[in-house]
Design a protein around this ligand. Structure first.
Ligand SMILES: Cc1cc2nc3c(=O)[nH]c(=O)nc-3n(C[C@H](O)[C@H](O)[C@H](O)COP(=O)(O)OP(=O)(O)OC[C@H]3O[C@@H](n4cnc5c(N)ncnc54)[C@H](O)[C@@H]3O)c2cc1C
Length: 408
C-alpha cells in the first residue's frame, strides 16, 4: 500500500491539534482525525476548562506563532502560593525571584482550540477529518493502514506514522497491543469560575491542600478566578446539586478567606480523576502523545504542559529526520529517540504530581505536622523552590528547540 499521508493523528484535542500545527510547518502531508469537531459543544478537550500554561508551553506556542493570537486572553501567573488548610506552613514561588516575567499563564481551552483549529483549517498540507474516528490500525514494514470511521462513509488511510493522541481513555492503545495502568484517585475535579470580594494582585495562583482533597484557584485575568475543587467521588452528586450560595460556602470552607468571600459561581463541570500510564510510548509505526501516554491529576496543572512537550519533541525529531534526508517519520530509530527523550520528563512529572496527592492524602497527626513543617522548611531551603519552580515551569528535562524560542 502506498502511503497517502505522511502522518495521521488520531485526536485533534489539545495535544493532537498542537502537534498538527507544528507539523504543518514541515513539508509533510498530515491528516488529523477528530471524533468531535471544535465548534461542537460536546468537544471534550476544548471545553469549559481553563489551562495553566507553563512558561515552557508559552515559549513553544510562541515559537509556533500561536501565542500572538491568544496572548490578549492569557492571564499571567507571577506567584504560586501553596498552603495546607489548618497548618501554618506555606510556600510561595515567585517569577521575579526566578528572573522571569511570569511563571505561566491561564488560558481558556476554547480560545486555544479556536486558534489551533483555524490554523489547521488554513494549512494546505493538513487534512482535517471531523467528525471521524480512527478505530483500527494495522502496521506493516513501511506504513500503517488506518481505518477512519465517519458518518459520510468510512475510509482507509495509509500513513508512515500514526500518532495516538486520543486521550487518557485511548482505545487505539489497545488496538496497537499496548497496555495501560489506570489507578483511580477516588476523587473528582469540579471546575468553574467565581468572583471574590478582596482586592488582590490578580496574578497569584493558589494551590491549597485540605483533608477533603486539593484545590486550585487561578487568576482569570478580569478580576475573576477559576477554581478546580476536588471532592471524594461519593460526595460529587451532592456537591453539584448545591445552589450557588451553598457552593460558594463550600469553596470558602475549603479555601479560607485569603481572597475575601467567594461570590457568583458560574457553571460547574465534573471530571473523575485517575492516573493513567501507557506501558509503552511507541508501537510499530506509531507514537503515543499527551493524555494517551499519561493522564494526570490536575492538581499541579501539568497534563497539557507535559503533552505539549511530547508534541514538540516528536515534531523536532521528525524535522531533523527530514533535514537528514531520511524522510521516514515512522522509522524505528526515530521512534526510539522519542522514547529516550521523553522518558525522564514524563517519569518526573508523574512522580511529582502523584507524589503531591499521596503526601497530602496521608492521615493528619504526626505526618500532617511533617507536611506543614515541610512546606515551611521548603520555603527556607535555598534552591528547593527553584527546583520546584523549574518542574512546574516545564524546565525539568532536555529542552526542545521550540521551547528555546527557535524554529522547528
Ligand atoms: C479539571 C482539569 C483541569 C486541568 N487543568 C490543567 C492545567 O491547568 N494545565 C495543564 O497543563 N493541564 C491541565 N489539565 C490536563 C489537560 O486538560 C489534558 O492533559 C489535555 O486535555 C490532554 O490533551 P490530549 O489532546 O492529550 O487529550 P484530550 O484532551 O483527551 O483529547 C483527546 C481528543 O481525541 C479525540 N478522540 C478520542 N478518540 C478518538 C478516536 N478514536 N479518533 C479520533 N479522535 C478521537 C477526542 O474527541 C478528543 O478531542 C486539566 C485536566 C482536568 C481534568
Amino acid at each position: 500500500m502506498t502511503p497517502t499521508v505522511d502522518i495521521a493523528i488520531a485526536g485533534g484535542g489539545m495535544v493532537g491539534a498542537s502537534l498538527a500545527c507544528a507539523l504543518a510547518q514541515l513539508p509533510l502531508r498530515v491528516a488529523v482525525v477528530e471524533r468531535v469537531p471544535f465548534d461542537n459543544d460536546a468537544q471534550p478537550s476544548f471545553d469549559l476548562r481553563t489551562t495553566a500554561l507553563s512558561r515552557t508551553s508559552q515559549c513553544i506556542l510562541d515559537s509556533l506563532g500561536i501565542w500572538g493570537d491568544v496572548a490578549d486572553c492569557a492571564a499571567p501567573i507571577r506567584r504560586i502560593h501553596v498552603s495546607e488548610r489548618g497548618r501554618f506552613g506555606t510556600t510561595v514561588i515567585e517569577a521575579a525571584r526566578e528572573g522571569l516575567p511570569a511563571l505561566g499563564y491561564v488560558l481558556e481551552n476554547r480560545r486555544l482550540g479556536k486558534v489551533l483549529w483555524e490554523r489547521l483549517a488554513a494549512a494546505d498540507n493538513v487534512q482535517l477529518l471531523a467528525p471521524a474516528g480512527i478505530d483500527d490500525a494495522t502496521p506493516a514494514a513501511d506504513h500503517i493502514a488506518v481505518h477512519v470511521a465517519a458518518d459520510g462513509g468510512d475510509q482507509e488511510l495509509a500513513a508512515r506514522l500514526l500518532v495516538v493522541a486520543d486521550g487518557a481513555r485511548s482505545q487505539l492503545r489497545a488496538v496497537l497491543g499496548i497496555a495501560a495502568d489506570t489507578r483511580p484517585y477516588g476523587q473528582t475535579a469540579i471546575i468553574g469560575t467565581t468572583e471574590v470580594t478582596k482586592a488582590s494582585d490578580g496574578e497569584t495562583a493558589y494551590e491549597r491542600f485540605t483533608p477533603d482533597g486539593p484545590m486550585a484557584v487561578l487568576p482569570a485575568g478580569d478580576g475573576r478566578y477559576v477554581f478546580v475543587l476536588t471532592q471524594a467521588d461519593a460526595a460529587v452528586d451532592e456537591t453539584l446539586a448545591l445552589d450557588d450560595q451553598a457552593f460558594c460556602e463550600l469553596l470558602q470552607r475549603r479555601f479560607g478567606h485569603r481572597l475575601g468571600r467567594f461570590q457568583r459561581v458560574g457553571q460547574r463541570v465534573a471530571y473523575p480523576l485517575a492516573l493513567t500510564q501507557s506501558r509503552e510510548l511507541t508501537a510499530q509505526r506509531a507514537a503515543i502523545v499527551g493524555n494517551a501516554a499519561h493522564g494526570l491529576h490536575p492538581v499541579a496543572g501539568q497534563g497539557y504542559n507535559l503533552g505539549l512537550r511530547d508534541a514538540a519533541t516528536l515534531a523536532e525529531l521528525i524535522a531533523d529526520d527530514l533535514r537528514d534526508g531520511a524522510g521516514d517519520p515512522g522509522a524505528p530509530a526515530l521512534l526510539q529517540a522519542y522514547v529516550d527523550w521523553r522518558h525522564r520528563d514524563q517519569r518526573n512529572v508523574v512522580a511529582f504530581t502523584d507524589g503531591l496527592i499521596r503526601l497530602f492524602d496521608l492521615p493528619a497527626g504526626a505526618l500532617g505536622g511533617l507536611r506543614g513543617l515541610g512546606l515551611a522548611a521548603f520555603d527556607m531551603v535555598p534552591g528547593a523552590k527553584s527546583a520546584l519552580a523549574r518542574t512546574t515551569m516545564g524546565l525539568g528535562g532536555r529542552l526542545t528547540r521550540l521551547a528555546r524560542g527557535l524554529p522547528l
